[in-house]
Design a protein around this ligand. Structure first.
Ligand code: NAI
Length: 468
């Protein structure tokens, strides 16, 4: 059996960094080099102060501190790391295409292809190439073609090993995964050996019965399917939240009642301002595109609805703020508590906060943002990247506060966009005293203590609950 001594991971992002840190921690005999084109990111991973690593995840800096310099390295010399490794993980980004055919839907595979061509050019010995990025089903075929036609006549085995970690809980998800999925060409001897090599790495800490092996296409498609189902649950409960608000039902009570049915289950039924993150939307759009490209229009339409519902939920939240504030928010200050797409991460990609802010800025509101982990510049970048609001206007109207009290001071309303636990620990009386009256709170995550806030005097609105 092939024993893996050196691993290279291309892409030092939210997936490459944490997954390799855990493999390094659990397999001290394997040397792992995580490489990236982005010099700044690599420098941050190498920062002597480990709290400055570029990704915030609970527990991650401890793991990095333990393994870094021992058997975990971060570097920009991609060729060298490829050359020396037995196994190469590709963990680069696969965003939605912003140009050409499939614009706004298909996955942009240019970064993946660049990796494949670089591996083919550099590799002088046999390599196992592992797809860690989320990819359209049948991408392994394209990778294999590129590797075999541009390589130096060495053998490449392709595996699919999609990542199921959730941001905010990456370390515990990686340490104790529900399952690990490995797809490979098990009908050939070399394919089987490659699968076994990767299985034996995970077997250092994951129970064997949680390591599933399948063919390549099932593995690739399972990741898209998992994200589609997860996002669908959010859109399903969010669809009910709107009905609850009109009928006087309470969405948390409904979620609890249905979640106790063991066929439904209680997790992922929290109604909110909408899902965000870099994956759900892009992966469903990708799925929709694939279905359409095979002529499966009903399948495509079915899944697309999950996204349409999510867009509606974000817009609806913003419009409700405008409507409640007497149909105008022009020059009114609205405080945003939270900018990250969920708690315990500094990631803001596709965060609902961005789109709610956009709607309100277009209504000429002033917005003051407080998030415990997101850097000021990121908030501006997120809004400016939308391109829908003049840069001057953004500078005038959008502000990032240095603490929650500054954010809320002199505001007309507070909008909760992320479920950070610290929000409940604030001095809400102090916040109330410094606001315009009536002091409105729009809790887009259903996390604040409603009774306490109402006693203080806030007018409290919660997603999925009728009657402001
Ligand atoms: P990311 O954007 O944080 O990291 C990707 C990194 O790859 C960037 O630092 C970029 O500079 C680097 N890169 C791109 N092309 C490169 C090249 N040719 N050579 C060297 N480096 C290159 O992306 P993230 O979030 O880590 O996602 C990576 C993949 O994992 C995506 O396919 C995503 O769908 C998937 N995924 C993401 C999850 C998440 O929670 N973020 C969870 C599960 C899967």
């Amino acid at each position: 059996q092939k024993v893996i001594k050196k691993i290279c991971c291309i892409g030092a992002g939210y997936v490459g960094g944490p997954t390799m840190a855990i493999i390094a921690q659990k397999c001290p005999e394997i040397e792992i080099t995580v490489v990236d084109l982005n010099q700044k990111r690599i420098d941050q991973w190498n920062d002597t102060d480990v709290s400055n690593i570029p990704i915030y995840e609970p527990g991650l800096s401890d793991v990095v501190a333990e393994a870094r310099g021992r058997n975990l390295f971060f570097d920009t010399d991609i060729d060298k790391a490829i050359d020396e490794s037995d196994m190469i993980f590709i963990s680069v980004n696969t965003p939605t295409k912003t140009y050409g055919k499939g614009k706004g839907m298909a996955a942009d595979l240019k970064y993946i292809e660049l990796c494949a061509r670089q591996i083919a050019r550099v590799a002088k010995s046999d390599k196992i190439v592992v797809e860690k990025s989320t990819l359209p089903v049948r991408t392994a075929q394209a990778l294999k073609n590129i590797l075999d036609h541009t390589g130096n006549d060495v053998n490449f085995e392709i595996l699919s090993n999609p990542e199921f970690l959730a941001e905010g809980t990456a370390v515990s998800d990686l340490t104790n995964p529900d399952r690990v999925l490995i797809g490979g060409q098990q009908e050939t001897e070399k394919g089987k050996q490659a699968v076994e090599a990767l299985v034996s790495i995970y077997a250092n800490w994951v129970p064997k019965d949680k390591i599933l092996t399948t063919n390549l296409w099932s593995s690739e498609l399972s990741k898209l399917t998992a994200n589609a189902f997860l996002a669908q649950r959010v859109s399903s409960i969010n669809a009910m939240s709107e009905l609850c608000e009109i009928t006087g039902a309470n969405v948390d009570e409904v979620a609890k009642a249905i979640g106790m049915d063991s066929r439904i289950g209680p997790k992922f039924l929290k109604s909110s301002v909408g899902f965000g993150g870099s994956c759900f939307q892009k992966d469903i759009l990708n799925l929709v595109y694939i279905a359409k490209s095979y002529g499966l229009n009903e399948v495509a339409d079915y899944w697309e609805q999950v996204i349409l519902m999510n867009d509606h939920q974000k817009r609806r939240f913003a419009h409700n703020i405008v409507k409640t504030l007497y149909n105008t928010v022009s020059d009114k200050k609205i405080a945003f508590l939270g900018w990250a797409f969920k708690k315990d991460t500094n990631d803001t990609r596709e965060s609902p906060a961005i789109y709610v802010a956009e709607e309100l800025l277009l209504e000429q509101a002033k917005i003051s943002v407080w998030d415990p982990k997101v850097k000021d510049a990121q908030v501006y970048t997120d809004i400016n990247t939308l391109g829908s609001i003049e840069a001057d206007e953004v500078d005038n109207k959008l502000q990032v506060a240095k603490d929650p009290y500054e954010a809320c001071k002199n505001s007309h309303a507070i909008a909760v966009l992320t479920e950070w636990e610290e929000f409940n620990t604030y001095d809400w009386q102090r916040i109330y005293d410094n606001m315009h009256k009536p002091a409105f709170v729009f809790d887009g995550r259903g996390v604040l203590d409603k009774n306490k806030l109402q006693e203080i005097g806030f007018v409290y609105y919660r997603i999925g609950e009728g009657g402001v």
